[in-house]
Ligand binder design. Structure first.
Ligand SMILES: Nc1ncnc2c1ncn2[C@@H]1O[C@H](COP(=O)(O)OP(=O)(O)O)[C@@H](O)[C@H]1O
Ligand SMILES: C=C(OP(=O)(O)O)C(=O)O
Ligand SMILES: [Mn+2]
Length: 538
């Protein structure tokens, strides 16, 4: 492999560069005796290394910044008092300071450099170079991004460079007007990301997703926080939108279907394509019987995070003492049934079914609703769900939220841009949309994975189209009254309450929350016209 010169990035005195390490090398480096602190990887009974990521076991959205310059100032969807989001502006001066801090941290030591692609489509993929000082961080990105071929590595020219200085701190953050010692900053113009004082791998993964979310819609490509799969012939694509923990990974990993990807996709004129080369599954409470494919993906080359492991390497997937956001990353070929085996790449044709996963903590939404085109736009922009514990700092219990396009934390342009691109693609393919509640109902328990899988099966087989239906008041949702393999007693959420007026009270409250949230989209006629598709609190 060609030697690389890091001095062009201002990184000097490097004692050794481990460039595009193999899994063997990564394993040795992660488990070597001289590792200290959170560098330490421990092998487990599943022959998979587990690492602890320290204080940061989830993303830190309050510490996310984008450099505001001539190029970005009028395109990026900045946070405002009227509509707060995670795109905090950073001045070019502050960027220079934090980049310098990262560079200093990375000077005079052994480094790992991983070159990989984000995006399965050759024309629109981003070549990313990750510069990190911790072996398992190199392992994480090796798992999660698309591995270039030997040929592609020969003339690999990065479009984007990530500097991971997780061991550094922004000590003078207050003086710089930043939120804390932690900083995750993006420069859209120079195409660089700087990470300081957080070891959570998700910052690199979701960081590059955020960048795809900036560049692709501007080229007329839908960019989506969704999982995707297709049938065994590589056709009839379905996409599953949803915020963290709503079931994208679980439900797209389906033994009857080929997995395209579990989290981040684009949709262009050729169809739906994965951005990633791996999956990042939650493993809290992981059960071998109910999720065998994910369980079996946990083997050599996968990487566990923040899982409780005893001295002998025995894993306790039920232990939440470190975080509920325990994870495993694995290359997608750890799943047997994948689209690339049939379609050549992790991609499928234009989606025919679009599923919005929402984990409703209020217990109001039906487990499945058949959406009209207007409801599709309304519920996509609203992005109602609950943030589940762990994926973001400070979230410790299911917290109802409106996360535009089911991924507000990763949107770099205004939500209406993503809705516009999605709707264009859906209209072209004649796709239908469904809202699936994978959260709670009147029983106080979460809807079972078995019932949700039955619902998904009925959507994908088309059975739902011939099922008898009824309308749910206030929300005006059309819901099936029976579906094969699904407990009929849950299909109307009112039936899950001992006293149906309890549903009504909660539904009224939720309807009002929807209306209040949607006000931010009613500043133009297109937004105003959608209000009629939303719930009425009566
Ligand atoms: N009805 C359900 N549908 C999907 N997942 C469920 C359901 N009930 C409980 N879960 C659990 O919720 C979590 C969903 O997480 P995951 O699929 O990783 O979400 P995402 O990929 O959207 O972040 C898993 O831990 C899964 O076991
Ligand atoms: C990894 C994340 O999310 P998801 O659960 O959607 O994969 C994240 O939000 O950091
Ligand atoms: Mn996931």
């Amino acid at each position: 492999m060609a030697n690389i010169d890091l001095t062009k990035y201002g990184i000097t005195g490097t004692t050794e560069i481990v460039h595009n390490p193999s899994y063997e090398v990564l394993f040795e480096e992660e488990t070597k005796a001289s590792n200290e602190g959170y560098e330490v990887g421990q092998n487990t009974e599943l022959d998979t290394v587990n690492v602890m990521t320290g204080v940061f076991t989830g993303r830190s959205p309050k510490d996310k910044y984008i450099v505001m310059d001539e190029n970005s100032k009028d395109t990026v969807w900045w946070t405002t008092d009227a509509y707060k989001n995670d795109n905090h502006p950073m001045t070019e001066e502050t960027w220079a300071v934090v980049k310098d801090l990262a560079k200093k941290e990375l000077c005079n030591k052994k480094l790992y450099v991983v070159d990989a692609f984000c995006g399965a489509n050759k024309d629109t993929r981003m070549a990313v170079r990750f510069i990190v000082e911790v072996a398992w961080q190199a392992h994480f990105v090796t798992n999660m991004f698309i591995k270039p071929s030997e040929e592609e590595l020969k003339d690999f020219e990065p479009d984007f460079v990530v500097y991971n200085a997780s061991k550094a701190k922004v000590e003078n953050y207050a003086e710089l007007g930043l939120n804390s010692e932690t900083c995750v900053a993006f420069n859209i113009t120079s195409k660089e990301q700087v990470i300081i004082n957080t070891w959570y791998g998700g910052e690199m993964k979701k960081g590059m997703f955020s960048m795809m979310n900036y560049y692709l819609p501007l080229k007329g490509i839908a960019s989506m926080h969704c999982s995707a799969n297709c049938d065994m012939e590589g056709k009839h694509t379905a996409v599953f939108f949803g915020l963290s923990g709503t079931g994208k990974t679980t439900l797209s990993t389906d033994p009857k279907r080929l997995l395209i990807g579990d989290d981040e996709h684009g949709w262009d004129d050729n169809g739906v394509f994965n951005f990633e080369g791996g999956c990042y599954a939650k493993v809290i409470g992981l059960d071998k019987e109910s999720e065998p494919d994910i369980y079996n993906a946990i083997r050599r080359d996968a990487l566990l995070e923040n899982v409780t492991v005893d001295a002998a390497g025995k894993i306790d997937f039920d232990d939440k003492s470190v975080t509920e956001n325990t994870r495993v990353s694995y290359p997608i070929d750890h799943i047997e049934k994948i689209a690339s085996k049939v379609n050549g790449v992790s991609a499928g044709p234009a989606a025919e079914n679009v599923i919005f996963l929402s984990a409703d903590a209020f217990g109001v939404l039906p487990p499945v609703s058949i959406l009209t085109p207007e409801q599709t736009k309304y519920y996509f922009l609203s992005g109602f769900t609950a943030k589940l514990a762990g994926t973001e700092r400070g979230i410790t219990e299911p917290t109802p939220t409106f996360s535009a396009c089911f991924g507000q934390a990763f949107l770099e342009l205004h939500p209406t841009k993503y809705a516009e691109e999605l709707v264009k693609k859906m209209e072209k393919s004649g796709a239908k949309a469904y809202l699936v509640n994978t959260g709670w109902n009147g029983t106080g328990k979460r809807i079972t994975i078995k019932d949700t899988r039955g619902i998904i099966d009925a959507i994908l087989s088309g059975d739902i189209k011939t099922a008898p239906t009824k309308k749910i008041p206030m929300f005006n949702f059309e819901v099936p009254t029976e579906l094969p393999g699904v407990d009929p007693a849950i299909l109307d959420p009112r039936d899950t309450y001992a006293d149906p007026t309890e549903w009504e009270t909660k539904a009224k409250d939720l309807a009002e929350r929807f209306q209040k949230n949607f006000q931010k989209y009613t500043t133009n006629d297109a937004g105003k016209a959608l209000v009629a598709a939303g719930p009425k609190a009566e």
